[in-house]
Design a protein around this ligand. Structure first.
Ligand code: SIN
Length: 469
């Protein structure tokens, strides 16, 4: 197969980039499950931006830097925030109907934000954005979608990318002028995560194997309030619930933290305090059903009424602040290879992402290169054939290991002496190639890089917290 733009991943950044690229050439968008199976679909809270007269760029920049423990790349933060209003308006122009009041956008608040500045659609903002973008992508004559197509490895020669080898029913080579990694998250490396089942770190693993620079992988963000039930993945109870006044109570019924501090601090406090409950009983059932329909329905299914019950919550892996190093236009250090969204590290999140900055980052950065996109002449390379194995493998051992050694608190001695040797052994034992084996390999490759990054950072910072021994 041959195309101008090969996009791997069907979340907000992949779909948005596809719409831009389709104006310049043929786009092939591949996704390992169905097109709607992305983490964007899981995003509840909303999209942060400068959207009201009482707000300004300086304040959002400062909140982003403060949440990120000032480890952020300041120029990238400024760039994102200054492009935030236009990014939200692009979504509105594409057809996303954010909540409104008296003709103006209704804004909500989440942890770390000094004010209400998050545009939202109920508690299913990501799902609505995904629905509209998928619709636009499907309508476009220049975009072809290949579902159930697993990206196996990037086709590179020297420091240039020429496409990707994929598994459909067999192994196929897709040659492309430009290849875009928009593969999202890594949450499934851990036992407890809010991320979709697809989040096995495939994009980062392929990039590492191809020689891309990665950064800040030690900054794994835990969402403070996943629903404490044996559900896989964990069900998220949006930070917007706290933004609308929910309190966190310990087992004595006492508050123990400011609920709207940045996520790293709230997650750690809950972890230390546990068991912890969310209390939003000051709101009526009618208000809650309207504002948080999916959360209300899910909790009710499990026997909890938000208007009267205390909801048990626990931190769970939610977001990787680091990733493949990119510039403001999504370019990696490999020619013709781009990365957008969670797989990328633009530097905006620093050591801890500010709530609702993820959809914003994905959108702003995937908007930028659009004007410069060009078709090119890509040579077809001769690639060795990969034979598919029929073996299956359980990923539980990796998930348990990462949860244990790379969780909310880390002990560098154990990471060095136990976690790295164990994970190296697991990786070395994975032989052969198929989708299942490759996912496990990807998890182990990324897991090892995370563990090495943990060892390199000698002091606690943001989401990276060393055990006090
Ligand atoms: C949430 O709704 O709490 C998640 C939003 C985000 O990850 O920023």
């Amino acid at each position: 197969m041959q195309t101008n733009f090969l996009i791997i991943g069907s979340g907000i950044s992949g779909l948005n980039f596809a719409l831009h690229a389709a104006k310049k050439g043929k786009v092939l968008l591949v996704t390992k499950k169905k097109i709607i199976d992305s983490n964007t679909n899981f995003a509840q809270g909303g999209i942060a931006a400068v959207l009201s007269r009482t707000d300004n760029a300086k304040e959002l920049i400062n909140d982003t830097l403060k949440a990120g423990s000032f480890h952020n790349k300041k120029s990238a933060v400024k760039f994102m925030v200054h492009n935030s209003t236009a990014a939200v308006h692009r979504l509105i122009d594409l057809g996303v109907e954010f909540e409104k009041e008296n003709g103006k956008l209704k804004l909500t608040r989440e942890g770390g934000h000094g004010k209400r500045r998050i545009a939202y659609v109920g508690d299913y903002t990501g799902k609505e954005i995904e629905r509209i973008l998928v619709k636009r992508v499907k309508e476009h004559p220049n975009i072809t979608i290949l579902e159930n197509t697993f990206a196996l490895k990037l086709i590179t020669k020297g420091k240039t990318c020429y496409g990707c080898q994929v598994i459909t029913k067999k192994v196929e080579n897709i040659f492309a002028d430009q290849t875009i990694l928009a593969t999202g998250e890594i949450g499934q490396l851990f036992l407890h995560t809010t991320n979709a089942k697809i989040s096995t770190g495939d994009g980062i693993a392929m990039a590492i194997e191809a020689g891309c620079k990665v950064k800040d992988l030690e900054f794994i963000q835990f969402h403070p309030t996943a629903f404490k039930k044996n559900i896989f993945p964990k069900f998220l109870i949006s930070e917007a619930v706290r933004g609308e006044g929910a309190k966190l109570l310990n087992s004595k019924g006492e508050r123990f933290i400011d609920e709207l501090l940045p996520r790293d601090k709230v997650a750690r406090a809950i972890y230390k305090e546990g068991p912890v409950f969310l209390d939003i009983s000051h709101k009526s059932a009618k208000e809650l059903k309207k504002r948080f329909p999916r959360i209300y329905e899910t909790l009710e299914k499990h026997g909890y009424k938000m208007e009267k019950d205390l909801i048990p919550v626990t931190p769970a892996v939610h977001y990787l602040c680091g990733g493949i190093v990119t510039d403001l236009k999504g370019r990696t250090n490999i020619k013709n290879l781009f990365a957008f969204g969670e797989v990328a590290c633009t530097g905006v999140h620093g050591a801890n992402r500010l709530a609702s900055n993820s959809l914003l980052e994905a959108l702003v950065f995937s908007n930028q290169i659009a004007k410069e996109l060009r078709k090119q002449k890509t040579p077809k390379l001769k690639i060795n054939k990969t034979k598919l194995s029929t073996k299956k493998i359980s990923k539980k051992e990796i998930q348990k290991l990462m949860w244990h050694y790379a969780g909310i608190t880390r002990d560098p001695k154990l990471v060095k002496e136990e976690a790295i040797p164990k994970l190296t052994r697991i990786l070395n034992e994975i032989k052969g190639s198929n989708k299942d084996l490759q996912e496990a390999k990807n998890m182990a490759i990324v897991g090892l890089e995370i563990l090495k990054a943990i060892l390199k950072r000698k002091k606690s910072l943001g989401c990276h917290f060393l055990k006090k021994l």
